[in-house]
Design a protein around this ligand. Structure first.
Ligand code: ZN
Length: 468
């Protein structure tokens, strides 16, 4: 398989550094110029195809939103001094903010300001994709410069219009009948570990794997998180049902420890090759069992698709204080950290390549057979009425409308995160197999909380009782 010589490592380090510098400043979101520009720069590293889906396209329980363009945004005092300035940091405007040009009092402005009192010098990253709203993100210091008795010039020069959602993909065709998914997302603005590092590792992995014939096939996709993977699964339903497993690449270049978030099976061949690679390299890593939270594994692992995907990371999302803040920047990530994670990915794919189709199928079958939860006793069992990816909980009032806050260490919980987690577990086990008692036992969630979550999901017609 691919082994990296000292010379290759040096040239890759330079390439990573250059890509960090070029891509970091771009204002990406789930749609718009930032994503298109990012994909076009990446196509200069190695070729892949790009596609688009129009706003309004229905994808399972979701619709592709309008496209968002942003040109400028600021809060200016009466002397003309900009206290918050989008042009200085693109996190300063809530992603998907509607336009506004008005003179506002401090009190009218206040509900639209987002800060992180726990890290006063950091700007939080916030989004409002599905609720038409506007807002600014700022440091506590910037907020302290605003006076309750004054008025401010407020501008967000943005446009929301029927446009497209862009994504990229490339299939590396191997000689076996096994196909694996290598997925990353490209929707975060100027944020380093989450998610510029994942974008850069993804393109380098594509370039390296494309350079030699492979035994198995590898389907690379780069999409905006959540809506992009849901849309991709929707328009490629039959081909994605053939995928045997894969990886979601994110958070790969922090200074912290390496980590591995398992597939939902935990003992799938993907898990085996990753664990063996850590052992071969003599590297310690943090083991993260699967949960139906996190990134696009939420969609790939949903009851209808059940694609086992793992994530090898270095400073995993949710776990570091700088997560979803302006401190997750080019000082936080380093090219040599990314190379460390890339080496683990290459090792794991190398071991996957050494598996014959027959060996893979035997291991795969064994893992799947253990996943089936035994039915026992008189227990309530539910089935998801929306097993194709996760349902849109936001439009049912079950998910915070302002995104970016969930499981963020630097903020107070704005939603009942435990209840949301319980709802996600019930939906994840939504193939009518697992009683609530088993879900509670397996995942250390109280039966009471699960019952509360089940009642809410049932009242929204998202699950039905299979057995009582
Ligand atoms: Zn994120």
């Amino acid at each position: 398989m691919i082994s990296l010589t000292k010379h290759t490592l040096l040239s890759l380090e330079k390439e990573i550094n250059d890509l960090f510098e070029i891509l970091f400043p771009l204002c990406r979101s789930i749609t718009g110029e930032g994503v298109r520009k990012t994909l076009s720069i990446l196509q200069g590293v190695t070729p892949f195809a790009t596609h688009s889906l129009p706003s309004g396209t229905k994808c399972f329980d979701w619709n592709i939103p309008d496209e968002w363009h942003i040109r400028d945004g600021y809060i200016r005092d009466f002397r003309g001094k900009k206290i918050v300035d989008f042009r200085k940091n693109n996190l300063s405007v809530v992603s998907y903010s509607a336009p506004i040009k008005q003179v506002l009092s401090y009190h009218d402005l206040l509900p639209h300001l987002h800060t992180l009192p726990k890290i006063p010098h950091a700007i939080p990253y916030r989004t409002s994709y599905y609720k038409r709203d506007w807002g600014f993100c700022l440091t506590s210091h910037q907020k302290s410069l605003l006076s309750p008795n004054k008025k401010y010039d407020v501008l967000i020069d943005s446009t929301l219009f029927p446009g497209v959602l862009n994504y990229g993909e490339q299939l590396i065709k191997g000689s076996s009948n096994l196909e694996f998914l290598i997925s990353t997302y490209c929707c975060h603005p100027s944020l380093g570990n989450d998610n510029l590092s994942g974008i850069v590792l993804w393109i380098l992995l594509l370039k390296l794997l494309s350079s030699k014939p492979t035994r198995h096939s590898y389907h690379f996709i780069i999409i905006p998180e959540t809506i992009g993977s849901i849309a991709y699964l929707c328009v490629n339903e039959s081909s994605m049902k053939r995928v045997k497993g894969g990886f979601v690449i994110t958070c790969v270049a922090g200074a912290g420890k390496l980590g591995y978030k398992e597939t939902f099976l935990g003992n799938h061949p993907i898990d085996m090759v990753v664990k063996k690679t850590f052992e071969n390299l003599g590297r310690d890593y943090i083991h993260y069992p699967f949960t139906p939270e996190g990134s696009d594994e939420r969609q790939y692992s949903s009851p209808y698709f059940r694609i086992p995907v793992g994530t090898i990371c270095k400073d995993k999302y949710y776990e570091y204080n700088e997560y979803h803040t302006s401190l997750d920047n080019l000082n936080f990530i380093k090219p040599d950290h990314l190379l460390t994670t890339l080496t683990v990915y290459l090792g794991a794919i190398g071991l996957l390549e050494s598996l014959s189709e027959r060996d893979f199928k035997l291991l795969n079958r064994a893992a799947i057979s253990q996943f089936r939860v035994p039915k026992r006793g008189q227990a309530t069992i539910f089935r998801s009425l929306n097993p194709w990816c996760e349902p849109n909980l936001g439009k049912r009032g079950l998910y915070p409308q302002i995104g970016g806050t969930l499981h963020q260490k630097a903020t107070e919980a704005v939603a009942d995160e435990k209840l949301l987690t319980a709802m996600r577990w019930i939906l994840f086990f939504g193939d009518g197999q697992a009683p609530l008692t088993t879900i509670a036992e397996k995942n250390n969630i109280s039966q009471n909380l699960l019952e509360k979550a089940a009642n809410i999901l049932s009242s929204k017609n998202l699950i039905e009782i299979v057995k009582h």
